[in-house]
Design a protein around this ligand. Structure first.
Ligand SMILES: [Zn+2]
Length: 253
């Protein structure tokens, strides 16, 4: 058994990597946290078939390389297929929150670090901790407002010192900018995306689902929410060049 066969993914999600065993053809579900013990994309990981009658080794490859918020959105197709519409609304709202958090990591950590003259890792870690402390208590609404205000203000820190000052100054309570302020950005692609993000009501539906009312959305409501989320977050991620990997910014000329 020198040659371990390769099994390509059948399906990947934010939490799991699902494959068909090349020996017995049965499905194995490898959980990223418990079974694979890594959240890095899987590009060649030796595993054992989870069927007790088989248990033979194979190598798994071909993971998706999407950011966490994109994976949460893709997971919704399976949730809709299984008619878990409540979970789908939770995942979509969480995708926005994860997106906002990624945006601030990129803007206040990754980019200023990549252009910082000293690039001290200790300072980056310290600032990362400070940013986490600052935004951990924020729910959807303040994160949404902070994101929109940040873009409308249009000031990006050039080094870690400037970034630290901006993290410290992130306001406690914010309101969404006026449409006129968003429109004044004058970017024909960005403006409609920001206005759509400002107008979304996904968090209100999420609140109806999670609170006492335990609202059960219909398929139509859920599919509309998925479509809207995709149409806002996917193009914004690409327009703002958001990658959940500091190395991507280090390589940039
Ligand atoms: Zn097997």
């Amino acid at each position: 058994m020198d040659n371990i066969p390769i099994a390509s993914k059948r399906h990947t999600s934010y939490e799991n990597f699902v494959v068909e065993c090349p020996w017995c053809g049965k499905e194995s579900i490898f959980n990223r946290a418990s079974d694979l013990c890594t959240f890095e994309p899987i590009t060649g990981h030796d595993v054992l078939c989870q069927s007790v009658e088989c248990g033979k080794p194979f190598c798994i490859v071909g993971d998706s390389v999407n950011s966490p918020h994109e994976m949460l959105i893709f997971d919704c197709y399976e949730l809709i297929e299984r008619k878990h519409y409540m979970n789908c609304i939770l995942s979509l709202t969480q995708a926005y929150e994860v997106f906002f958090s990624l945006f601030f990591r990129v803007e206040l950590l990754y980019k200023p670090f990549s252009t910082d003259p000293d690039q001290e890792l200790a300072k980056l870690n310290q600032l990362s901790e400070a940013l986490y402390e600052k935004i951990k208590k924020y729910t959807f609404t303040p994160m949404q407002a902070m994101f929109l205000q940040y873009i409308v203000t249009g000031r990006s820190p050039k080094n870690l010192l400037e970034a630290a000052a901006m993290v410290a100054a992130l306001p406690e309570c914010q309101v969404n900018p006026k449409d006129a302020a968003i429109e004044s950005l004058g970017d024909g692609k960005l403006v409609p995306l920001l206005k759509a993000l400002k107008a979304t009501s996904i968090h209100r539906m999420r609140n109806r689902v999670v609170h006492k009312q335990a609202y059960r959305p219909t398929r139509e409501e859920t599919e509309a929410a998925l479509k809207e989320t995709r149409s806002i977050l996917f193009p914004l991620t690409s327009h703002l060049q958001l990658y959940d990997d500091i190395n991507w910014y280090m390589r940039k000329p």
